[in-house]
Design a protein. Structure first.
Lengths: 133, 86
């Protein structure tokens, strides 16, 4: 880690732009071909507002932000609830912002509380990462 | 991805219509990092099942072990299956 983190430190927010073709690539990489992540008609037919990003893809963006903040520190825990769908419009895609705060540093472990938002609204519930650092 | 393979096998075996599934939560707890060359096995357990407002809430856990049987990672995931008439 480049500089030691202390409880209360705010980590600089990182912004990721997600497009529909990212979802296709994520589906192919992960094996999750649920059509709600690719097909507008199917998504709407099950009551969703449109094509939504895989929760695991949004979670992976949070993990990428953690990796960048910590210079690739070893992640020992990563978890969240998928509380609000991330709707990905066909043309322009959507921006996801990942912010974070250092919650605790003890016993060789650093706990980060994350905040993952889309259009100013939280899309993940209690996203949290624990690092061996 | 490995745990997801186990999840997919489970969903296929149950003949679930994927579009009715959403992912409720996910957690990973690593004993050690996954390294290139690891041969890993995921074992998925349906840990809980609840019904709320016409939706099935399926709680799963997966245990990931290496080829010596050592524990590498534990995952838990909640899947929400919304029935057609919900």
């Amino acid at each position: 880690m480049s500089s030691p983190l202390s409880p209360g430190d705010a980590l600089p927010p990182q912004v990721f732009v997600v497009h529909r073709d990212d979802l296709v690539r994520y589906a192919n990489a992960s094996g999750d071909h649920n059509p709600i992540h690719q097909d507008e008609d199917v998504a709407r037919s099950v009551g969703l507002p449109g094509v939504i990003a895989h929760g695991m893809f949004t979670m992976a963006l949070a993990a990428r932000a953690v990796h960048t903040w910590t210079d690739g520190a070893e992640v020992v825990e990563l978890g969240c609830k998928f509380t609000k769908p991330v709707v990905v419009p066909a043309e322009d895609g959507v921006e996801i912002q990942v912010a974070g705060t250092v919650k605790d540093v003890s016993d060789g472990r650093t706990t980060l509380a994350l905040e993952v938002t889309c259009g100013g609204e939280k899309v993940l519930g209690m996203p949290r990462a624990v690092l061996r650092a | 991805v490995l745990a997801f393979d186990a999840m997919n096998a489970f969903l296929e075996a149950e003949q679930v219509d994927l579009s009715r599934i959403v992912h409720g939560d996910q957690k990973f707890t690593y004993e050690r990092p996954v390294r290139p060359g690891d041969v890993l096995t995921a074992t998925l357990t349906v840990a809980s099942l609840r019904q709320i407002a016409g939706a099935d809430i399926i709680g799963t856990t997966s245990e990931i072990t290496d080829d010596s049987g050592a524990h590498v990672c534990a995952t838990s995931a909640t899947l929400v299956h919304r029935s057609a008439d919900a």
